[in-house]
Write a protein of this length. Structure first.
Length: 153
C-alpha cells in the first residue's frame, strides 16, 4: 500500500505520531511554566531575604528603579546562563548519542530545530521571565524603609 499511495500512508503516519509530538510539546510547555514559577519564587525569596540591604540602599539614595534593575539583572543573568548551558548541553548529548549510530540521516536531527522555532521558544522564555520579574518586584514598590530598618536585628 505504501508503494501505491505513499502520500496517503505518510499522512496517516504523521497523524499517528502527531499526537505524541503534541503531548511532548505540552509537557515541555508545562515544564517551562514551572521553571518560570521557580524563578519567580527564587527572586521573591531573594527580595525578602535581602530586604534590609535593599532598604539600606534606598536610605543611601537609591531609588526604586535602581533596586528593580538589580533584581531584574539577577533574573536575566540566571535565565540567560541556564538557556545557554541547556542549549549547548542538549546539542552535545545529542551529538554523543548520534555518534554511536552509523545512519547519517539520524545525525541530521541535530539541525532539526529551525532558527525560527528557536527564536519563538526564546521569546516565550523571556516573556515568562518578564512576568516573573514583574510579580517579584512588587515588594520593592511597597517597601517601608523605616519599618524594615527598625525590625532588623
Amino acid at each position: 500500500m505504501q508503494a501505491a499511495l505513499p502520500k496517503f500512508e505518510l499522512q496517516k503516519l504523521y497523524q499517528y505520531t502527531g499526537i505524541g509530538f503534541q503531548t511532548i510539546s505540552w509537557i515541555a510547555y508545562s515544564i517551562l511554566f514551572i521553571s518560570g514559577m521557580s524563578i519567580f519564587i527564587s527572586l521573591y525569596k531573594m527580595i525578602q531575604d535581602h530586604a534590609f540591604d535593599l532598604a539600606l540602599m534606598r536610605m543611601y539614595g537609591a531609588n526604586n528603579i535602581q533596586l528593580i534593575k538589580i533584581v531584574s539583572y539577577e533574573g536575566f543573568i540566571i535565565v540567560s546562563l541556564s538557556l545557554f548551558i541547556g542549549f549547548f548541553l542538549s546539542k552535545a548529548i545529542l551529538l554523543i548519542l548520534f555518534s554511536f549510530t552509523d545512519n547519517l540521516s539520524l545525525q541530521y536531527a541535530l539541525r532539526g530545530i529551525l532558527w525560527k522555532q528557536l527564536l519563538q521558544i526564546i521569546t516565550l522564555i523571556f516573556c515568562i521571565i518578564f512576568l516573573s520579574i514583574g510579580f517579584a518586584i512588587h515588594p520593592i514598590t511597597k517597601m517601608n524603609i523605616s519599618n524594615i530598618l527598625s525590625n532588623e536585628k
